[in-house]
Design a binder for this molecule. Structure first.
Ligand SMILES: Cc1cc2nc3c(=O)[nH]c(=O)nc-3n(C[C@H](O)[C@H](O)[C@H](O)COP(=O)(O)OP(=O)(O)OC[C@H]3O[C@@H](n4cnc5c(N)ncnc54)[C@H](O)[C@@H]3O)c2cc1C
Length: 594
């Protein structure tokens, strides 16, 4: 079964949003789903409602078999098979459909973590790098969850610093390998039947090392699953170490080429980050629904708390960030599908092209999910703090998303570093765009909002132009100051990454709102875009101040600050009014309003 995108989506270059203009019709949005995709979303929602919700307590209490039953049941309905081609027992769906499954099945973080690890970082190494024999052997069973997958990269002494693993593999005369070491924190570890494990093949004679990947089956002599970790959140998902003591692995289970394990490790992490962003959309949608329902029902001072402006601010800030994340997630999925449809690109290369978008989704999505969970607790008052209600679990569960799949700090460094590298190698016209902004910087500011009557999103378009220009200006100043040593200035890199993320978020929100003009959802989409715009301008101005102050001093800094003030001069929107209108829409529907 295949589904096709009918709209003229442009497979823009990764990071291209910083330097190119896009028309609304050129980006994919959730409103562009075709009938088959809508049915997939509905089926995933039904599964979550009818099977995950009743199983929450059993899963969270780690009742024996509860997670496996849920995974198998999801697989019976085809959800674990969406990314697997038909010849290996899968459905071979497009990435928008795959994203819909991840998004709408994500109602309980423990399950979405287990499901996401299985369908992402565990299964894709086999699909993308496996031999024909390995694919035939493992993929059909992974598609049905007869075998659950796990991914073992991290170790107790190397998480972020993933290339410094200590697990060793030694080639034996018969072609097999003997593995020794201990992997840490494997999601699904206790329920898995197949482990993708990274180890360095060492040559005892020369001491040479080759970072490589292996497929290890449960039951392999020498492989032991360690004790379950006691975690802050996602308590229903299994996380254990994997001990390898003289573990003999047949030659046929080397995955990909010896010495090329980094391609597998980092290639699949792009998808892991993308899927995590999509999962955060689903999880935050559920949390926002809880927030609005409680705000409607809870009375204080003689009225529903949903009528208070400060509660409305929580609802609208949550809805606006969710809207921005959702817009970025589906825009990215659409670009990936368009690129794949163009042919000539493997899935792994396609996701690699969108490395920066995947990392932004991971960071922005996980921080959005944490914000929504926090605002849910705040809205529920004392009820938010006790285990009896889901808010307490959601708050705990949200934290891990900022840690795994590369911490948010590491992903921020990837966002800025990857773009700078692309600029330096001439693969993205970033340097020219920076030069233009630096040259234009002295031009007087324009307060002309165009024809606001005919373009209700004129203010947001101005804000987008401002955040793009602030970002390019700050990147230009920092590059000139630090040149190739910029990557050592982590605080500056982090601030640039925050700005770059805001550009992608605001542009995706705005393009979607423009696409919705004339449709019933237009007003709420425009109001949420207004809130995203206000936040983006504030974040970018603050981040740019940090970058400039770290890059210059004296008169030079004063001149640059004057330019920044000019670039940041966007007439402020009435965010109080916007917030109230978004909250009203959510409260009326008792859910996320789109
Ligand atoms: C519940 C759970 C499930 C997990 N599932 C898996 C899994 O399935 N497979 C797997 O392989 N791993 C898994 N992990 C491991 C996870 O990916 C790592 O915990 C994560 O990558 C961080 O590594 P670390 O814990 O070693 O922290 P560290 O790398 O020690 O980081 C500690 C802090 O230092 C910061 N830091 C590190 N390096 C830098 C740097 N260069 N610059 C700036 N800051 C830096 C980090 O951002 C962090 O804030 C899981 C972890 C947990 C808790």
């Amino acid at each position: 079964m295949t589904t096709a995108i009918s709209s003229p989506i442009v497979a823009a270059a990764g990071g291209g949003f910083l330097v190119e203009e896009r028309a609304p019709a050129e980006v994919f949005t959730p409103e562009d789903l075709n009938e088959e995709q809508r049915q997939i979303a509905a089926a995933a929602q039904r599964f979550a409602r009818e099977e995950i919700v009743p199983a929450v307590q059993a899963v969270e209490a780690k009742q024996s078999g509860a997670m496996e039953r849920l995974l198998k049941s999801a697989a019976e309905q085809g959800f674990a098979a969406v990314d697997i081609p038909e010849e290996y027992g899968g459905l071979g769906l497009d990435k928008v459909s795959s994203t819909l499954v991840t998004d709408h099945i994500s109602m309980l973080a423990s399950f979405s973590t287990a499901f996401g690890a299985h369908t992402g970082i565990a299964l894709l190494p086999v699909l993308w790098f496996g031999t024909e024999e390995q694919k035939q052997r493992y993929l059909p069973k992974l598609a049905t969850c007869e075998t659950v997958g796990a991914y073992g990269l991290s170790e107790s002494t190397s998480g972020s610093d993933a290339m410094h693993i200590r697990t060793r593999a030694v080639l034996q005369p018969d072609g097999s390998y003997i593995l020794d070491g201990e992997k840490q924190w494997l999601t699904n570890c206790d329920v898995a039947g197949l482990y993708t494990v990274f180890a360095k093949i060492v040559d005892p004679a020369t001491g040479s090392e080759q970072f490589s990947a292996f497929l290890l089956e449960r039951g392999t002599p020498g492989l032991t699953v360690g004790a379950e970790e006691h975690k802050m959140g996602i308590r229903g998902s299994s996380t254990c170490p994997l001990v390898l003591a003289e573990c003999r692995v047949p030659a046929a289970n080397l995955l990909g080429e010896a010495g090329k394990g980094h391609k597998i490790a980092f290639g699949v992490l792009n998808v892991g980050r993308f899927k995590l962003g999509a999962a955060c959309v689903g999880l935050a949608r559920v949390a926002l629904g809880e927030m609005v329902r409680h705000a409607n029902q809870r009375k204080a001072f003689g009225k529903a708390i949903a009528e208070f402006g400060l509660i409305q601010e929580k609802i609208s800030a949550s809805a606006a960030r969710l809207y921005a994340t959702q817009s970025m997630v589906y825009r990215t999925a659409g670009m990936i599908d368009a690129r794949l449809a163009g042919g000539g690109t493997s899935e792994v290369d396609c996701f690699a092209e969108y490395t920066v978008e995947c990392s932004i989704l991971k960071v922005y999505g996980s921080e959005m999910n944490s914000l929504v969970a926090d605002e849910l607790v705040a809205t529920m008052g004392g009820f938010g703090y006790v285990e009896e209600f889901a808010a307490e679990r959601m708050y705990r569960d949200a934290r891990i998303n900022r840690i795994f799949e590369g911490t948010n700090e590491i992903n921020r460094l990837i966002v800025a570093g990857w773009l700078l590298k692309k600029a330096m190698t001439g693969k993205l016209a970033l340097t020219a765009a920076i030069r233009r902004v630096m040259e234009d910087a002295m031009a007087p500011p324009s307060f002309d909002l165009g024809d606001e009557q005919s373009d209700p999103l004129a203010r947001e378009a101005k804000a987008l132009s401002a955040v793009k220009r602030m970002t390019l200006f700050a990147a230009g100043v920092a590059s000139q100051r630090f040149m190739t040593a910029l990557e050592n200035e982590q605080e500056v890199m982090g601030a640039l990454a925050a700005m770059i993320g805001q550009v992608y978020a605001l542009e995706s929100a705005l393009l979607r709102a423009k696409k919705l003009v004339g449709k019933p959802q237009a007003a709420v989409a425009a109001a949420m875009t207004g809130l995203v715009a206000a936040q983006s301008v504030a974040v970018c101005e603050q981040s740019a101040r940090l970058v400039l102050a770290a890059s210059a001093e004296g008169d030079e800094l004063r001149t640059q600050m004057a330019i920044l003030r000019r670039l940041a001069r966007v007439e402020p929107a009435n965010v109080v009014e916007l917030s109230r209108s978004v909250a009203r829409a959510a409260v009326e529907l008792e859910r996320y309003p789109l």
